[in-house]
Design a protein around this ligand. Sequence first.
Ligand code: ADP
Ligand code: MG
Length: 580
Amino acid sequence: MSTHHAFQTEVAQLLHLVTHSLYSNKDIFLRELISNASDACDRLRFEALDHAALFEDAPALEVRVGFDAEAKTLTISDNGIGMSEAEAIEHLGTIAKSGTKAFMSRLSGDQQKDAQLIGQFGVGFYSGFIVADRITVESRRAGLPPEQGVRWVSEGTGEFETEALTRAERGTCITLHLRDDASEYLTRWKLKGIIAKYSDHISLPILMRKEEWDADKGESVLRDEWEQVNAASALWTRPKKDLSEQQYSDFYQAISHDYEAPLAWSHNRVEGTTEYTQLLYIPAKAPHDLWNRDKKPGVKLYVRRVFIMDEVEALLPSYLRWVKGVIDSADLPLNVSRELLQESRDVKAIREGNTRRVLALLEDLAQQGVEPAAADATDATADAEAAPSNDKYRRFYAEFGAVLKEGLGEDFGNRERIARLLRFASTQSDAVAVSLADYKARMKAGQKAIYYLTADNLDAAKSSPQLELFRKKGIEVLLMTDRVDEWALSFLHDFDGTALQSVAKGAVDLGQLQDEAEKQATEAAAEQYKPLLERLKTVLADKASDVRMTARLVDSPACLVVGEGELSNQLTRMLKAAGQ
Ligand code: ADP
Ligand code: MG
């Protein structure tokens, strides 16, 4: 007795998009299905830490890939956790994850990019329909009796069917009934090639049947014997010198589902009171959900090569949530829970070690090929031309610079280091390329503070009347246009002994840079226009807390400033927009 089910609307839409937009990238279906098989084995191993009986009589976890050229089927089976009927209906018929709508709105029609998105959003299973016009899933959850297995069948259109199944083996077997134009996947050579490319790092064995030349038949035949076709080496456990750039890059792409190679990585064995191996990557591109508050860091936790869990928040601070990689601890217990992780001293040490390592990696990138700061960069083009020499850091900064700034508020211990990594546009550079150190190096003699201005965008910043006096005096002002700037900079009172000051706040005291004559002129004007100022104050009583004469304007008649210590215009607007 089978039951009909309709796919959740989103799934049906997704299926359509996935099968159409990924057509030129068909190979990835195998990566996705093998990755699911591997996840299922990881999950079994994890659950079995507390319930060893779940292993039943097959403790050796593995994935098998087989095919039948005559029947035109491809099967991917695992002896992992498996699914009950209810789980199959839920996991293979709905999309629990919230990002689906976002996913669909982001499909660009560019197949490469779309293929990358698919992994990020975890819609992997449905990619089977790129090559199959029918998929059968047979499964039994570990721990359930054989009669409580399930068969799930769908043609990838609007609906699927499920029925009860008696299945002795625990785990899942997925059978793809290949479309006529997907028969290329019916050779061992082709499948093995894809596995080597995408799934070599999977730390459990992937098996295929051996192939042998049959002289009588004059063709190759598959034997009943299975052999392992992936390296299954936990890459991070191998010495650096044995690993090529390509291997590091492939591993990154496999764990991150990113289509692009990483920008940089750092691989270390850390010894001391806490022992662990860290392999951390900086992606080349920001993920779609970088700004999602709930986004968890992409770091996987292993304990002595056993996978424990994904997306471990405790291993990195939130401002480094875009870092991907693997931590393999020698000290943590295998049955460590998320709650325990939050409290563990070892984890704290690892987190600090990871943070230091990422910051050091960024410092290296920032240093690469940078000439000593030009003593007098006179215009933006000079800066822009220097860009290629430090291309990696620029690329990094364009993607993640704004998130990095959150660190000023989040990680007091590393504030100075983070501040050194920041880059801004300025009145002398349209490119977001001026570091606080560069700025300091070309401050005018007698200049007391690092001046900055926050605005919604560069044009607005550049045309701000607040800059008039600074322009006239030739004083550089940093122009900040990220939403987080205002908030983040409120945590950075000074840099390397020099105060930071917003030019839009309070009275600007240019100290010695303001000549006596000007000061006197301002004071004289204040005296002369006292009645006018008084009148304006009265009229604007409920709108402005003060009205005063200023030396900061050159061409404009008036401008708004906020009091020292008050919320700035930009922050006020931001809070309003957020409904505060
Ligand atoms: P994701 O892997 O990102 O969760 P998928 O679309 O690849 O998304 O898979 C959806 C869900 O289906 C998985 O989360 C899992 O619960 C279930 N699933 C898929 N394949 C298997 C399998 N081989 N064994 C057990 N569960 C599976
Ligand atoms: Mg998956």
